[in-house]
Every structure is written in C-alpha cells, then in structure tokens.
Design a binder for this molecule. Structure first.
Ligand code: FE2
Length: 431
C-alpha cells in the first residue's frame, strides 16, 4: 500500500512466526524425550550457579540422560550477560562439540544459550551480529542446532523469541542480537518451576510480561512501517498486528487477574500458573510485533545502575531487574503515546481491570487511565516508585537519553515518534 504522498511504500502484510511450546505442570521431566526427538545426542545444558543447585537442573539432566543424551553443564551464565560472558559461553559450546542445547533458567540463561549456539556455529567478531547501530547487524548465516529452552521464571518470554540481550562493555551500551534463527526450537514451560521464586522476582518478571503485552499491543501498526526489501527481510519488530494482538490482550487480562496474587503467595499455584501462561502469550506477541519505548529506555536504566540492589536478587551486585527497569518509565511513556492510539490504551487498561464499569473514560483520558492502573499495580506489588526509587536523579537524564537513542529498532516501533527531546521529557516524567 503506498502512503498518501506516494513516496514510501508501506507494508500491507505481516509475518507470523509460531513458537513450539510444551506447557504444563511437570513437563520439565519431558525434556529428554523432546531433545532426542529433535535429533540431539550430545547436549550442553546452560544455567547459572544459583539454579544449578536447585532441583530444576537436576530434573532436566536426569531426563536427558534417561533418553540417552550425553550431557555437559555450563553454570557460568552471568545474571546480566555481557559480550564477554556471551563469548565465554560460546567457547564452552565450541569446545564441547555439542549437537544440541538446553537452557534451564531465566532470560539471561536462555539468551546466553542462544548466543553461545550462534557464535559456536558461525564464529565471528562479536559485533558482527549485534543490532545496528551498535553492531553491524549482519544476518545469521544459516540454521542453528536444536535449542530446547526451559524457563524457570514467569517473565522474559525469551523462550519464544529470537532476541538475545547483553551489555557491550567497551561501549557501555546495552543492546542485543535479533534474528528469527535464534528462536529456540522448542520451549518447555513448566509452571511448577516458579514455586521457588521470591516475591520480588515474580513482581519484576510479572511487570516484564505486562509491558511485553502493553508495548506489543500499542506498537506502531505493521501497515505504518515501510515495506522491507526483500519481503523476506520483514523484521520481527514489525509492529502491532492481528496475531500479536491475540496474545497481548489475553496476557493483559491474565496479568490483571493474577499478578498481585502470584506476588503475594508463592503457594498460590493457580496464580503462578496463569502468570506463566501470560508470559508465554506475551512472548509470542512481542516476538511477532516488537516492543517499543519502555524497553528501549530500560536498556539505559539497567545499564547505568550505580548502587541499587533489589531484595531477592544476589547481594553485593548492583542491579535493576529487567522488568523493574522497564515498568518504571512505562506510566510516563503511555501518557505520551496514548494520543497516537487512544482506543488501544483504553482497551489495555480495561483488560488490566481498570474502568469498572467499562466504557466511562474518554479517549483524551486514555493515557492517564492506563498510567494510573499501572501505578496502582506497582504500589501493591512493592515495585520502587519511579526512577528516583532506584537511585537516579535529574542530572542523569542526559546519560539515560544517550543510552536510549541508540535503540533504533525499539524507538522506530513507537506509535508516536520520540527523538532526544521527547525522551528527555519522558525520563523526567518517570523520575
Ligand atoms: Fe522484557
């Protein structure tokens, strides 16, 4: 479809990349049979030190060995991966001569496994595959060996996407690699894994879920994006579309119903299971639509952390958990983006349980209504209040804007254009 001026050809189509998922309580014990069915004979299990001591890794290892798969465990995954930690994992992958990969953990673990498989299979300088403009953004040359991803948190959705996020240390930039070829061959999502998660981890990852859904649903529509040449190069961040809307809306409804309960009580199996399902749905949505400003700004918020530590996370290591870094600026962002598509902002708020009785708010109130329901949920689940709550001050705004302006893939997916002046206002609004 040509635009009104006839200068840019817009993309009337959208692509659906379906994820293969096995979901249910206890399915982690099936990982051996699934890996074997994918042709895996010798697998690397990726995990981190803390998880390696928990039963999840033992269950996966036993299941793989029982299915006749030879296994080696790599438990050196960094909580916030860097180029260096990705490359260390890739060295392990290359030297082990594996024909398949299994990741057991949160987003950092699954992302590290994706990168290890990539650099072990197609060795290159680190920046070769990293998103432009930080890296060269070169396409992944071919298919990767099977990767079975077993998430142990109810948030990242990394098991359903082709994205791996890391810090590039020398450039002080948080960015990533995005390619359909990085998408795991199969996700094994076992809600029983979330029972051991502390409340703060469920809250942080729950808001990651919620923002995946909100951002996919409010992203620039796919038909507003210039057409890709060739058509096979249509990006994963293609904007909101009817397929991603399905997952986003149901994920928002479930998050509205179950997030608070899942945080409040670790033994509330129903709430944690529903939130885990919402995470998978939101992962499918953002893997096919892309996220936008809250995630783009979060890279800078997480990357520039000074001394904030969140209870429930490793002590002595300053860290703004990913979901927290995303949601802190979300109310400020949605006040800003609402005029671009007020009905979508209102519908999202409705799904989250705002507007009872529904239909009372006017379009010009959409941003405020959505921001208010988010802020209420944040207060009730113990999320820090604004960027000042994790140690940022007004003097940090310039650095935060610099760290965000390079996230071109995400900024381009915003329903309302945001350059440096708009980002500055959004960060000030989020303080
Ligand atoms: Fe996220």
């Amino acid at each position: 479809m040509a635009c009104a001026h006839g200068l840019v050809e817009h993309d009337a189509g959208f692509s659906i990349d379906a994820s293969s998922i096995v979901f249910g309580r206890g399915v982690l014990a099936e990982v051996g049979e699934h890996a074997r069915a994918l042709g895996v004979r010798r697998a690397a299990i990726f995990t981190d030190r803390r998880l390696a001591a928990l039963e999840h890794v033992a269950i996966a290892k036993r299941a793989l060995e029982a299915a006749g798969v030879d296994v080696a465990v790599y438990d050196d995954v960094a909580i916030e991966p860097t180029d260096a930690s990705f490359l260390a994992a890739a060295r392990f992958a290359r030297e082990g001569r594996f024909d398949g990969y299994v990741s057991v953990g949160g987003g950092s673990v699954i992302d590290t496994c994706k990168a290890a498989a990539l650099y072990a299979t197609y060795p290159a300088d680190f920046l070769t595959y990293v998103n432009a403009p930080v890296g060269a953004g070169s396409p992944v040359p071919g298919p990767l060996p099977p990767h079975v991803a077993c998430p142990t948190t109810c948030g990242t959705g990394s098991e359903t996407t082709g994205i791996a996020v890391c810090d590039v240390l020398a450039l002080e930039a948080k960015t990533g690699i995005a390619s359909r070829r990085l998408r795991p061959s199969l996700a094994i999502v076992d809600p029983a894994c979330t029972r051991t998660l502390p409340a703060s981890v469920v809250a942080a990852s729950g808001f990651d879920v919620l923002c995946h859904a909100l951002e996919s649903y409010t992203a620039r529509p796919h038909h507003a994006r210039p057409r890709s040449t060739p058509a096979s190069a249509r990006p994963m961040s293609q904007g909101s579309n009817p397929w991603s809307d399905l997952g986003s809306l149901e994920a928002l409804r479930l998050a509205g119903l179950y997030l608070e309960r899942a945080v409040a009580d670790a033994s509330d199996d129903e709430a944690r299971e529903k939130l885990t399902w919402a995470a998978s749905l939101a992962g499918i949505a953002f893997g096919n639509a892309g996220v936008h400003l809250p995630h783009g700004m979060a890279y800078a918020v997480a990357g520039l952390v000074r001394d904030f530590e969140m209870p429930g996370y490793p002590e002595g290591a300053p860290l703004v958990p990913h979901g927290v870094s995303v949601v802190l600026s979300a109310p400020s962002v949605f006040r800003f983006t609402a005029p671009a598509c007020p009905e979508r902002h209102l519908e999202a708020a409705r799904r989250l349980g705002a507007l009872d009785p529904p239909g009372e708010a006017r379009p010009n109130e959409a941003g405020e209504v959505l921001a208010a329901v988010l802020e209420r949920l944040m207060r009730r689940t113990g999320i820090p209040h604004g960027l000042s709550g994790v140690g940022y001050v007004e003097a940090d705004v310039d650095a935060l804007v610099r760290g965000t302006i390079v996230q071109k893939r995400l900024l381009d997916n915003s329903p309302r254009p945001a350059g440096a002046p708009e980002l500055e206002a959004l960060f000030r609004g989020a303080m």
